[in-house]
Design a protein around this ligand. Sequence first.
Ligand code: 2RA
Length: 343
Amino acid sequence: MVTCAIIGATGAVGMEVAKCMHSRQSTFGPTAPALYASPRSAGKVMSTLYGDLTIAAFDVDLVNSSSYDYIFLAVSGSFSLEWAEKLTNGGKTVVIDNSSAFRYHDSIPLVVPEINLAAIGPDDKLIANPNCTTAIAAMALHPIHAKYTIETLIVSSYQATSGAGEPGMQELLEGTRKQLEDLAAPPQPAKMFSHPIAFNCIPCIDKLQDNGYTKEEMKVAWETRKIFCAPDMKVSVTAVRIPTLRAHSEAISIQTKDVIDVAGVKEVLATAKGLVVKDDTANDVYPMPLTSSGADNVEVGRIRQSLVFGDRGVEIFVCGDQLLRGAALNAVLIAEAMEGRKA
Ligand code: 2RA
């Protein structure tokens, strides 16, 4: 019997990990995960698909005394930095970390299971889950890269408020509701974002870097290069927060080494795992946050030859559920794949 724990169980990602585990009965379904959170949540009962589960306060010795097979960390980077390695419990436990704490360490695999499961060596016990914006784009980009070799990516993201967790989504809902009550009133002050998000979009996510890009933008560049083993890929991103709830969208211009055409791209995307091609623009069929929210698969569409890169470029649009493919589902799929390798 595979045993698991979720640390940070009360957050939006932690809750989705429990849901994903339950819905993917094959490996983890029969065993309810142990739930850990801050002392503030200790003793609270969380209603899950496994039934009501009581949350315990995180304590490293308590967690390690249970020798879980897998621990999902849905916590801040600073918490992960402090505890992730200790939670591998002398090699007894695999820790899958959703934060950015270890993503850029050469010795820690950064994994999208459909793409680079092979990056996980037999002795690896700490695995990094990619940033949501990276993971969603990678699902569509990797099949194209495998066939045509991507040299340059120009990405504009339209990121949902779930990227700032449950409080981010609440801020959108509350700000929208209050504004609709009185359209002339000043916007609700922002807490989770740098400006009010209702009826707005904010072209700055995470900290500004010395090069003028934000950390969210650089994460996509650093992580795509690492996951694709393509250190020379040129990547430029503009990351924008928009007033949607939980699916991130990305418009991506792709320049390839080899000659590329729309029919070939559609063919390769049609058979790729974890993707659904929605590309019938004449009939208003394309990826959208509304249709990709709550879905395991990333939607890809608006596939067209690039007016800029000519026969060495295409344009695509992707949408994916930030909490699923961008976080919880990817983490659960890593654990499933690692279990599968033992069989
Ligand atoms: C965001 N990428 O959307 C972050 C969440 N991981 O803010």
